[in-house]
Design a protein around this ligand. Structure first.
Ligand SMILES: [Zn+2]
Length: 170
């Protein structure tokens, strides 16, 4: 069984084909729980248990919103959240979109600008804790290329799960 989950944009198509937009199943579950995505298909007999619930592991998920992501990636709040997969770059937790903020690595007050290289996704708590200090988030902020999105590594479409086929019409 594939450990990866196919990630579709809000229009029901993969965000990218080369590489195919996928996330690992643990991230997929966090994205579902934080309501950033809805489940399109799930594995019929693969469950994970937490103390409070039993969940079927998703095989295909879809973003609740359509994110415009093209070869020329527009710098926007939404696309920064997408680049960082709704994950606070300081505490590494996945959050609901409304709980997320844009953090300037070099604060605006110290001349830091709004650019791919100087902003990261941060939860409110980390953003407040950081305030005007310059802290380094763990990954380096970069402008994502179309290909770099979602860390896909394969240059060919790989159907890791048969369920994916009808959603991938390249
Ligand atoms: Zn945080």
């Amino acid at each position: 069984m594939s450990q990866d989950c196919l990630l579709l944009n809000g229009n029901g198509k993969p965000i990218s084909y080369f590489p195919l937009s996928v996330v690992d199943w643990k991230t997929a579950i966090k994205l579902v729980v934080t309501r950033n995505v809805i489940i399109v298909r799930e594995h019929p007999d693969w469950f994970v248990h937490s103390p409070s619930m039993k969940l079927k592991v998703p095989s295909i998920i879809m973003l609740r919103k359509y994110y415009k992501y093209t070869n020329h990636v527009k710098f926007s709040r939404s696309n920064v959240f997408l680049r960082d997969m709704f994950t606070c770059q300081y505490c590494k937790e996945v959050f609901q979109r409304k709980e997320l903020t844009i953090d300037h690595i070099i604060p605006k007050s110290k001349g830091g600008g709004s650019s791919w290289e100087n902003v990261v996704t941060a939860c409110k708590e980390c953003n407040i804790a950081k305030a005007d200090k310059s802290l380094d988030p763990s990954p380096v902020a970069i402008k994502p290329s179309y290909k770099a999105l979602l860390k896909g590594q394969n240059s060919q479409i790989e159907y890791k799960d048969d369920m994916w086929r009808e959603y991938i019409v390249a």
